[in-house]
Design a protein around this ligand. Structure first.
Ligand SMILES: *[C@@H]1O[C@H](CO)[C@@H](O)[C@H](O)[C@H]1NC(C)=O
Length: 222
């Protein structure tokens, strides 16, 4: 009797472990346009989101331009003003509160996290993160683990970007660019145009039953 119960219990545990993991999946995106909706003139930057240990894994891969040169700082560290270098960026937004998380990744290994509430209003930045990169010739790959506590609750929108080049040749690229007909004369790239972000839910990666862990960092934000 006791033995049979034990077996049932083991089967139940196995079922929970196996089937809890099932709905998890990765989402892959390619940044194919400039911020103002022209096709990019190179192999696009790719970004893959997938479940990580205690957070979201972001894997970036694509061409390495080596322009501008590396920030003067060690890899795996936060670097203020990283947006002036070669970077890939992902923004995760709740468009009802304008709470959002900005994650910037540099092929040379530096990173920058910003927590914002209101357009361009960063209230925390340079948070630590596990991030490793590898440059192989004219390509690079990087993998970051973004802790759940950095994400605002109820994310429903996302956009991602890539920047490289210097001076006149500086290129600003967007996953969800501004449609051509909406570009005004003299308009400059601005990655905080939240109205152009598109639908995105962490549950699409983590499973419909997944509940985002609460975070002290967002207490007091709308
Ligand atoms: C937020 O996104 C929803 C769904 O796309 C849209 O209907 C709504 O207008 C957006 N709200 C704001 C404040 O932009």
């Amino acid at each position: 009797m006791r033995g049979a119960l034990g077996l049932q219990f083991a089967t139940l545990i196995h079922f929970l472990l196996c089937c809890n993991a099932l709905p998890r999946m990765q989402m892959e995106f390619a940044i194919q346009h400039t911020w103002d909706s022209n096709p990019v003139n190179h192999d696009p930057m790719k970004i893959i989101f997938s479940p990580g240990e205690g957070g979201l894994k972001i894997a970036a891969s694509g061409p390495f331009f080596n322009d501008p040169a590396a920030p003067a700082a060690p890899p795996s560290q936060p670097f203020p003003g990283l947006w002036d270098y070669e970077v890939v960026e992902s923004f995760f937004l709740d468009n009802t509160t304008e709470n959002y998380l900005e994650v910037e990744l540099c092929p040379h290994g530096q990173h920058l996290i910003l927590l914002l509430s209101g357009v361009g209003q960063a209230f925390l930045q340079q948070l630590p993160m596990v991030f490793n990169t590898k440059i192989s010739g004219d390509r690079w790959t990087g993998e970051a683990l973004v802790p759940w506590s950095y994400f605002p609750p109820n994310i429903n929108k996302m956009n991602s970007y890539a920047i490289h080049g210097s001076g006149e040749k500086r290129m600003y690229e967007a996953l969800y660019p501004i449609p051509k007909e909406q570009i005004e004369e003299g308009q400059q790239p601005n990655f905080h145009r939240l109205e152009y972000f598109q639908d995105f839910r962490l549950q699409s990666i983590m499973g419909e039953n997944w509940v985002q862990p609460g975070s002290d960092l967002w207490i007091g934000k709308p």
